[in-house]
Write a protein that binds this ligand. Structure first.
Ligand code: FES
Ligand SMILES: [Fe+2]
Length: 352
């Protein structure tokens, strides 16, 4: 079950070209296309004989079905039936509220009347020229054969860096230090400070560090899954200043993670990296474009195998360890929001 009244990333804007684009989101087939008013999202199922509308084409800002030529406008209303002047009643497909922001197309699968722009994350550094952002996988999501909350778990449990990413961003000292977890209305923040330890291989190169460093790893998640890792590494004693590291003493980056459920066991994993150092250096653009793909694919292998194992034996017991605390909090928060949404929906049905 998914939280419906929330924004999810449906696509990178650059994925949507001149032809209709199909993607399943929260188990629903959706077609996206470009119109003069921006990107439109409709149900990908013709109301005549159910052909996916993504098999049709865009004609004068309308989406034309590829079977018998019915045309739909951006609200999903049928506006043309070839060979007849009257549009039959109910000739309509569902349309979804859409917002284009920071290169992503955000879609609201729930009640359109409740679509609320203020529920988008406030990622203001993406508008700030002091940061340079590189879209993950050249502006495509990574397909993951796992439930999207397993990605949330992965991002909060930073101890996995030590074991899964030992050659790049991991090192042994991460697991020596505890995490602090804070909860807020629609999310959880987890902070781990790793003082006076050797820099991980990636940071040795990024910051030119020779000896020990102070490092922080802060993960913030806003539901249903706007997850930011803020990672900074500075000279020992230079100060822990998330969001504003001075390049003279260190390096900092933020990883924006946006896992959008495709089904209960598959996810479109959108991500991007914003760095606060060497912003004008194309060599570093290239490093982010290529090297982090490998890091994310290390996670993909783990997540796919984890889901396959869980699906084989869904009722098996598991145990928790201390580092699971933030995950358990975020899952509880999500369950509560979904339960509240369900109660509201069934209340509406009762009173109708
Ligand atoms: S199925 Fe779409 S027009 Fe007939
Ligand atoms: Fe990872």
């Amino acid at each position: 079950m998914f939280l419906q009244n929330a924004w999810y990333v449906a696509a990178w804007e650059t994925e949507i070209g001149d032809t209709p684009f199909a993607r399943t989101i929260l188990n629903e087939p959706v077609v996206l296309y470009r119109s003069a008013d921006g990107i439109i999202a409709l149900e990908d199922r013709c109301c005549h004989r159910a052909l996916p509308l993504s098999m049709g084409k865009v004609v004068d800002n309308h989406l034309q079905c590829g079977y018998h030529g019915l045309e739909f406008d951006g609200t999903g209303a049928c506006v043309k039936v070839p060979g007849q002047s009257k549009i039959p009643p109910g000739a309509q497909v569902r349309s979804y509220p859409v917002i284009q922001r920071w290169g992503w197309v955000w879609i609201w699968p729930g009640d359109p009347a409740m679509a609320d722009e203020s529920l988008l994350p406030n990622w203001n550094w993406l508008d700030d020229p002091a940061w340079k952002t590189i879209p993950g996988r050249d502006g495509t999501p990574m397909p993951v054969e796992a439930n999207y909350m397993l990605i949330s778990d992965n991002l909060f449990d930073i101890t996995h860096l030590t074991y899964v990413h030992a050659s790049s961003i991991g090192n042994q000292s991460i697991v020596e230090f505890p995490v602090k977890t804070e909860r807020f209305d629609r999310g959880v923040k987890m902070t781990r400070i790793v003082p006076d330890r050797p820099a991980a291989p990636f940071y040795q190169k990024a910051g030119g560090f020779k000896g020990n460093v102070d490092r922080w790893l802060i993960t913030t998640s806003e539901l249903p899954g706007y997850i930011v890792n803020d990672a900074g590494t500075v000279e020992v004693g230079a100060g822990i200043t998330p969001g504003e590291v001075n390049e003279a003493v260190g390096v900092e980056m933020k990883v924006m993670n946006l896992p959008t459920p495709e089904t209960e066991t598959s996810t479109h994993y959108f991500y991007a990296h914003a760095r606060h150092f060497k912003v004008g250096d194309p060599e570093w653009d290239e490093i982010y474009r290529t090297q982090f793909t490998a890091v994310f694919e290390e996670d993909q292998v783990i997540l796919n195998a984890q889901q396959a194992s869980m699906s084989r034996n869904p009722d098996a017991d598991g145990i928790d360890v201390n580092v699971d605390a933030p995950n358990n909090q975020i899952r509880k928060l999500l369950d509560d929001l979904i339960a509240a949404e369900q109660a509201e929906t069934s209340g509406e049905h009762r009173s109708a």
